[in-house]
Design a protein around this ligand. Structure first.
Ligand code: 13P
Length: 268
């Protein structure tokens, strides 16, 4: 009989689990750059990212840039994401862009449920679930965003808020599709404010998110990449990414500068 395995310290085990997950740094350009500026930005990212092999890089430009940018990243390791997709498959929905159209343009990821969409465009969990399902049906991995606002954090309700956001959407996808989902935890009070969650705050809630996911999907939650977003920059990325349940970042402002974006990616 051999009891040695029971006395192994915890850190090596965590390390092994961590290796099962993909580290990701994704740039959410939001409504910034012209096509010309976007192509220049992505060309710089392609050039400067050549030696990066430990992290998956994703860029999420505006819809109008997708064709030009997909041409620029062909043959590279960089992947393309949209910032949104329609909640309907096709038809008379003026102004919308469907998941099928995006898949046709080589889009592999879609940011869904960003707090700016939830707040300014009143996207409910019901709408977000439709978007997530359509993305998955078209072979696109959702980067599903969750996060509390300042009031909710101050009232210590952040755990309940993210749990509800996850339950209402992620728990309703097919178990076999779950592994294609990436979660981005973005506290609203940290987005574009210069205020960042501390590495400890990020770890605490990322671990909680994983616990919530494992309650429904069991061991599969160990391979879910959970990204942090909110004023992430070269100066704070290393500390945040060093935490065991932080598997990368969803970067806003700093992703518009190739040097900063690459410096963040090199923080792993
Ligand atoms: P900032 O990095 O500009 O705070 O934005 C974060 C974000 O919203 C990414 O989706």
């Amino acid at each position: 009989m051999n009891f040695i395995t029971f006395s192994l310290p915890l850190p090596p085990k965590l390390k092994i689990i961590n290796k099962m997950r993909t580290n990701i740094v994704a740039g959410n350009w939001k409504m910034n750059t012209t096509v010309k500026e976007g192509v220049k930005l992505v060309s710089e990212i392609v050039e400067k990212s050549k030696k990066i092999s430990t992290v998956k890089l994703i860029v999420a430009p505006p819809f109008t840039h997708i064709f030009s940018i997909s041409e620029k990243i062909k043959g590279t390791e960089i992947a393309l994401s949209s910032q949104n997709c329609a909640s309907e498959a096709k038809g008379a929905y003026t102004g919308e862009v469907s998941a099928e159209m995006l898949a046709d343009m080589d889009v592999k990821y879609a940011i869904i449920g960003h707090s700016e969409r939830r707040e300014y465009y009143k996207e409910s969990s019901e709408i977000l679930l439709k978007k997530v399902k359509l993305a998955l049906a078209n072979g696109i991995s959702p980067i599903f965003c969750v996060g509390e606002n300042l009031n909710e954090r101050e009232e210590n309700r952040h755990f309940d808020i993210v749990k509800k956001q996850i339950e209402e959407v992620v728990f309703n996808v097919d178990e076999n599709d779950f592994e294609k989902i990436i979660i981005a935890y973005e506290p609203v009070w940290a987005i574009g404010t210069g205020k960042t969650a501390t590495a400890e705050q990020a770890q605490e809630i990322h671990a909680y998110i994983r616990e919530v996911l494992s309650g429904e999907f069991g061991k599969k939650a160990e391979i879910t990449s959970i990204l942090y977003g909110g004023s992430c920059k070269p100066s704070n990325a290393k500390e945040i990414f060093s935490k065991p349940d932080v598997d990368g970042g969803l970067i806003g402002g700093a992703s518009l500068n190739a040097d900063d974006f690459i410096a963040i990616a090199k923080s792993f």
